[in-house]
Design a protein around this ligand. Sequence first.
Ligand code: ZN
Length: 52
Amino acid sequence: MECSEDDCDREADVRLHVPWAANRPVCAGHARALVQQDGVVAEPLADAEEWR
Ligand SMILES: [Zn+2]
């Protein structure tokens, strides 16, 4: 699974739960930026080595 952000082809590390949009997989870098927004929660994906 790849990061869903535009112009990003890294492997997705977390699933983002976004209250105002569909849940989507993103890489760790994008997750760190996006979870700054109110209500956004990052759930580690089971197969993401980096978060173990
Ligand atoms: Zn990304």
